[in-house]
Design a protein around this ligand. Sequence first.
Ligand code: PGA
Length: 249
Amino acid sequence: MKKTIIANWKMDPTSAREARQLFAQIKNKVRKLRGVETVIAPPFVYLPLFRPTSHFKLGAQDVSFASEGAWTGEISAKMLLDLKVSYVLVGHSERRELGETHNSVHQKLAAALSKGLRAVLCVGEKERSREAFPALVREEVKSALKGVPRRFAARALIAYEPVWAISSHSGGRADTSQNFFEMSIFIRRLVLDIWGKSAALKLPILYGGSVNSKNAAGFLGVKSSGGLLVGQASLNPGEFSKILEAASR
Ligand code: PGA
């Protein structure tokens, strides 16, 4: 399976000029790679600066549940499609911290998938858990997917991102590839209950949380790993290039 590597730039870089520079450096690298789906997810306002090519796709970091109308500050799936965006992150933990609920994540996921975007549902427990399989991940997957028609499943991806492993989290350190393996089986099982076996087997499950050039290969090597969601390291062209190389092997 082709690995999907998503660069989540979050609210960086701080100017359009720097965004163009960063993009130009990554673009050179991406041109030479095979077997990788590279997705750049910059802040909304930089999306019009970039045109996707056969070598990389554009992603957004959020999307509205609504399709039009009086929703101040919201950006619809159709607006993103107009800007040639094909991927969108839904329910990233940093947005959940700002008040996003299970229900709003579900509505956004349904809106994005039904309009034709590829949606990356982000799930992950807040604390390192002693439980074999954390209740929060179960709740996040079930509440987001329930009621979303199976015919949209082919456009869905799930990113397992334990919140405690995200680099911006105090003391954030990457998870182990063994835990990612176990969690990906757990998540696939939950998806199977909702969308059935065929969709569950095909669903790409990505790892995110302090990915860097040293640990990328370990997570990519996990059986049935769908790829990586990369934050901090995606702002460093050297680091990000090495991660892409690891995925293209
Ligand atoms: P990180 O962020 O790679 O900086 O830990 C990942 C994410 O939050 O998507």
